[in-house]
Write a protein that binds this ligand. Structure first.
Ligand code: SF4
Ligand code: SF4
Length: 517
């Protein structure tokens, strides 16, 4: 891929209206710090963090308030200084609409900084484990939406060919990566250099779509200033869902990541451009992840724009910073127009995965017409970037034949919504596939639980049988000794003496016990 001149295609995909101009006309600015910050303990893929503060504690900006548990975990840091007022369940942004444990901080307006992480300016003198440890302790996770811990992703072993920085922000309405590339291109380049050092490779490709000329120019300028020939910028066609890492890798390399595999299996590692900036700030400035760029857009918000928002900020506060709601506001969505999910209210906090807040009108989001029977047109299969057969997946999901659904590679579905969009019968296919995945997981968990119970039962039976057999063996041994002793009076006497001594000892200890009473 080095010295990229050729591009490939992925299967399917759609050209969609971008809806990005509204949020990219204003410059990138910071949202004010709110009066209260709500930090969920689980805002990444992996095990939830564990709170290390209690109500009444004073915390500084950037101080850890929850530590990572498990290898696939990430700590959480206070996004400003103030007093912890609660550690407990709060509503959080999640498709389930459930609550989860959070650390709630009442800010004091001082933004008093925590000095816990030294800048590692000479990072090239450090080895990969030391730098991964810095990335982990600063709570860096993938900022493209998946929120997978970056230190784990950077620990892929040796033999990679290239690092790919994903700036292909293909989903309608979302423009946070575009603004990041326009305004923080030099930090993206620094992040790429640090990751190349960690991965011990010599090539990085920053992929951006052709409809982002300002970003392209900013990146070229930053690269020219860095004079680093290991990094190149490649422009790719604007086609949804090209920002999916499998699709992007296929476009750049012509190779497909195997189903069930990861990009590293074929020699590539993909990171979002925002993650690169977070890595650069963690290493070069000692800054933990306490803010991110959020696109606030849609006809339902007065001044659509991109803001750097402190993590934990209530969404209502972010909307206020954009002039509040308009009369057209109907839906509040986290994410873009295709893969976003509706939120149940605006008191929920911005988390590490919040790339976009879409305040949509009826016109922004295509109202779904009533579903009709499938006419077997095959349009869904033509549009599917994962080369699945959505109509068959749908039939088997409807019949609850989840074994067949698994056979049809449901896990390769990235829930992009392309099949829904093209279906002339308006069948909510993606929603069905989410349901199918949830059912399969739940059945697997149930099977695992039964397996554990059965294994325990079998282990108990085996232990009882082993004890029984041991007792029988001992009895047989004693019988054998007594029989041997019959032939050898001295041995028999010794055995009887030993038994008598044991009986005597037992009587003495019983008498002592009675005396105590
Ligand atoms: S939602 Fe899944 S099945 Fe539908 S087009 Fe996307 S990847 Fe294919
Ligand atoms: S696009 Fe809709 S109607 Fe056509 S085959 Fe797929 S599910 Fe059936």
């Amino acid at each position: 891929m080095a010295g990229q001149s050729r591009l490939w295609h992925f299967h399917g995909g759609l050209e969609l209206p971008a809806h990005k101009s509204g949020s990219t006309t204003e410059p990138l600015t910071a949202a004010p710090v709110p009066g209260v910050l709500i930090h969920p303990l689980s805002q990444h893929i992996g095990s939830p963090s564990e709170a290390i503060v209690a109500p009444g504690d004073y915390v500084k900006k950037g101080q850890p308030v929850a530590s990572a548990t498990g290898y696939i975990g990430s700590p959480v840091h206070a996004a400003s200084s103030g007093t912890v007022i609660d550690v407990g369940p709060q509503p959080v942004p999640h498709p389930s609409g459930l609550s989860a444990d959070c650390v709630v901080i009442e800010t004091d307006g001082r933004d008093d900084p925590y000095v816990g992480y030294d800048p590692l300016i000479n990072y090239r003198t450090l080895n990969a484990p030391a730098l991964r440890a810095r990335v982990r302790e600063c709570g860096i996770v993938g900022l493209g939406g998946a929120a997978f811990p970056t230190s784990v992703k950077l620990n892929v072993g040796t033999g990679l060919k290239s690092l790919i920085l994903n700036g292909a922000e293909c989903e309608p309405f979302i423009s946070c990566d575009d603004m990041l590339m326009r305004y923080r291109a030099e930090q993206i380049v620094s992040g790429a250099q640090i990751m190349l050092h960690v991965l011990e490779i010599r090539h990085c490709c920053i992929a951006i779509e052709e409809d982002k000329p300002e970003s392209h120019q900013s990146l070229l300028k930053a690269l020219s200033a860095a004079g680093d020939e290991r990094i190149e910028v490649v422009r790719v066609p604007a086609l949804y869902p090209e920002g999916g890492e499998r699709q992007l890798i296929q476009v750049l390399t012509g190779k497909e990541v195997p189903v069930g595999g990861i990009p590293a299996d074929i020699g590539y590692l993909c990171q979002n451009v925002g993650t690169a900036v977070a890595v650069a700030r963690a290493v070069l400035r000692g800054e933990p992840l306490i803010s991110r760029i959020v696109t606030v857009t849609g006809s339902g918000v007065a001044q659509p724009r991109n803001l750097e928002v402190r993590l934990g900020t209530p969404i209502s506060h972010v909307i206020d910073a954009c002039g509040g709601y308009t009369e057209a506001a109907r839906y509040l969505v986290m994410g873009g127009g295709m893969m976003g999910f509706p939120l149940q209210g605006d008191q929920l906090p911005v988390i590490k995965a919040t790339n976009c807040l879409l305040v949509a009108s009826e016109e922004d989001i295509r109202p779904r017409s009533p579903a009709m029977p499938c006419i077997r047109c095959g349009d869904c299969a033509t549009a599917c970037p994962a080369q699945l057969l959505p109509q068959q997946l749908y039939w088997h999901t409807q019949s609850e034949e989840f074994d067949r659904v698994e056979d049809l590679n449901i896990y390769a579905c990235i829930e992009c919504g392309c099949c829904d969009l093209v279906c002339p019968s308006h069948i909510p296919l993606t929603q069905n596939f989410r349901y199918a995945k949830a059912q399969i997981w739940s059945q697997k968990r149930e099977r695992e639980r039964s397996d554990v119970a059965r294994n325990r039962f079998e282990a108990r039976n085996a232990r009882i049988a082993a004890e029984k057999s041991e007792r029988a063996r001992r009895l047989a041994e004693k019988t054998r000794m007594l029989q041997t002793g019959a032939a050898d009076p001295a041995a028999k006497k010794a055995l009887i003496d030993e038994v008598m001594k044991r009986v005597g000892d037992k009587k003495d200890s019983s008498a002592e016990e009675s005396g105590k009473e």
